[in-house]
Design a protein around this ligand. Sequence first.
Ligand SMILES: Nc1ncnc2c1ncn2[C@@H]1O[C@H](COP(=O)(O)OP(=O)(O)OP(=O)(O)O)[C@@H](O)[C@H]1O
Ligand SMILES: [Mg+2]
Length: 217
Amino acid sequence: MSSSVPLLCLPLFPGSDSISIEDGVFSWSRNDTPSLKRLSVHVPDGSLVAVVGHVGSGKSSLLSALLGEMEKLEGSVSVKGSVAYVPQQAWIQNATLKDNIVFGQERKESWYHRVVEACALLPDLEILPAGDGTEIGEKGVNLSGGQKQRVSLARAVYCDCAVYLLDDPLSAVDAHVGKHIFEKVVGPQGVLKDRVRGRNPKTEGRVYNRDVFWCVC
Ligand SMILES: Nc1ncnc2c1ncn2[C@@H]1O[C@H](COP(=O)(O)OP(=O)(O)OP(=O)(O)O)[C@@H](O)[C@H]1O
Ligand SMILES: [Mg+2]
């Protein structure tokens, strides 16, 4: 990919960059030919960015480059603050559904319930035999693809980070569920916005108070 992958950047507030890549050249291993070339990306604080491109064009690779999972052959990469990453392939631990979301972090019940609702998991909890106490088998064997994806997203939202890298997070959900998640998680009224607004009076009034970097096909 590359600089030729269309990058739609919607900076809502001017300021410093939360994510930047300057003249980046990246490969999957030191001796490989570069997969990402001449890449410059600047994501201002408080932006929602969509990366759009053909299958195999390098959208997931771009996120891997930001996460330091690719070899950086040239250029510089900077990501400010804590990062939550939702990979394209959702992963699930052999644990209860709730433990898959809380994932060892502090238990905050009201926040947990808001996250579960925002990620459209309430109908799933009604179906599962023991609700959120249901043991999820190896690799999420007793969850559908959409359920795994929603749990994976909920884990990231629950952890309350500064930068969100979401790789095709709605690919396995129905259109109406995708709309619900977009509005309740990522959108201007989503829980990510509310979460920070409630805790940081300095950012009150912003539409997006953190960076959401959203990768779509
Ligand atoms: N872990 C990896 N190791 C080596 N090569 C990889 C790895 N991940 C991706 N690639 C290669 O990088 C190129 C871009 O793949 P990538 O997964 O970034 O595309 P994508 O735009 O996310 O595709 P899709 O729309 O299918 O998700 C492909 O040629 C792919 O084979
Ligand atoms: Mg991909």
